[in-house]
Design a protein around this ligand. Structure first.
Ligand code: ADP
Length: 355
């Protein structure tokens, strides 16, 4: 259908979050109908940007309201397909790889990595979760999944959680065995996990890194183009010092830090509703502002969240109003940050448009 000039003009400034290009140039404005008092527009959005659906709809709506005063505006956000291209030389068909790291252990890195993957998936993205925390793989436990991945035609079939492919050393080792790695073995395993797993087609691959700074990040940065790192830390100054080291390490290997998460940022006592800042509060946000790092959100200390992790029911955090909004906000903030980065890049002429 011919899209009216007025509608085109109104939407020309709106960028597709994934590609950073105007939606009027990517074939995403799929349908527009108009009479004197009424405008109906359907705009396609890729599943990559699913976490931004509500704010994208609002942006389209506001642009039309501003340009066509007095008309009733009816905006529908529909599907729009853009297939992932293979990632570098890995062959993995994934649009964005996000590494989740922390300066030290115990700050909730694996919990946040798992929740980030779940939040993106629940929003509508195609997500894979790779547990590269080879020394202490906890993701199978956090999700309550097990099994032994098998190989089909040279590809490892990941274990799925609710349709989300998950790969972890935890599936391959008896739970009470410690893994002692030599450098080359570690390199081989992480590379194999990434390249030889049948991930399918992904919008996001979330990679849970081992704590601290080290070999796995180096291997990953050499194996696949990582779009960005999310660093998890707790608010107290001593913990922030470790987070700052992690930021420096990612900068050294040229992986941009796209989000800092402050976990265990405060505690609301369930008995009296009083707020206790056990590890302090706001330290990571302040540091992020000072260092010019995007702040991706905070998660309070929550007893049920810890309990659900222990019980293998991490996904239950999304049914709980005390935890879900914090976790969803991290996924939204991160996607928004990646969209801003896409908008700041020069346009990619080769971008496939399959609308
Ligand atoms: P890491 O990967 O940094 O070692 P984990 O994700 O394994 O950390 O978390 C360590 C422990 O802290 C787990 O028992 C987990 O359930 C708990 N935990 C993580 N985040 C929170 C939180 N916001 N509130 C309460 N407990 C948490």
């Amino acid at each position: 259908m011919q899209i009216e000039h007025e509608v085109q003009t109104a939407l020309a400034e709106i960028l597709d979050p994934e590609s950073g290009r105007p939606i009027t140039q990517t074939g995403q404005v799929q349908q527009a109908m108009r009479d004197k008092n009424w405008v109906q527009v359907t705009v396609g959005l890729t599943t990559w940007a699913a976490a931004l659906t509500d704010e994208f709809r609002k942006r389209v709506n506001d642009a039309l309201v501003g340009a066509l005063p007095g008309a009733a505006i009816d905006v529908t956000i529909g599907p729009f397909e853009r297939k992932p291209l293979p990632l570098g030389t890995t062959g993995v068909r994934c649009k964005t790889v996000i590494a989740v790291g922390a300066g030290k252990g115990g700050v909730g890195k694996s919990t946040i990595a798992t929740c980030l993957a779940l939040a993106l998936k629940r929003a509508g993205c195609a997500v894979g979760l790779m547990d590269a925390d080879v020394y202490g793989p906890s993701i199978p436990h956090l999700l309550g999944i097990g099994g032994h991945p098998y190989e089909v035609e040279g590809k490892i079939q990941p274990i799925e959680f609710d349709g989300m492919p998950v790969m972890s050393m935890g599936f391959l080792m008896p739970p009470n065995r410690a893994v002692i790695w030599r450098g080359p073995m570690l390199h081989m395993t992480v590379t194999k996990f990434l390249k030889d797993t049948n991930w399918g087609e992904l919008d996001f691959l979330i990679v849970d890194l081992p704590p601290g700074t080290g070999d796995v990040v180096l291997t990953l940065s050499q194996t696949a183009p990582i779009s960005g790192a999310v660093i998890v830390c707790t608010p107290q100054p001593v913990a922030l010092l470790d987070a700052i080291k992690a930021v420096a390490m990612f900068e050294q290997v040229k992986i941009p830090v796209v989000g800092l998460v402050e976990n265990m940022s405060t505690f609301i006592c369930p008995d009296n509703g009083k707020r206790y800042d056990i590890f302090g509060s706001g330290g990571a946000r302040k540091y992020a502002e000072e260092a010019g790092i995007p702040f991706a959100g905070e998660v309070p200390i929550n007893i049920q969240l810890r309990q659900r992790g222990d019980d293998g029911k991490t996904s239950g955090n999304f049914d709980d109003p005390e935890t879900a909004p914090f976790l969803d906000a991290i996924a939204t903030n991160l996607t928004r940050q990646l969209a801003e980065r896409a908008a700041a890049q020069p346009p990619k002429p080769s971008l496939p448009v399959l609308g």
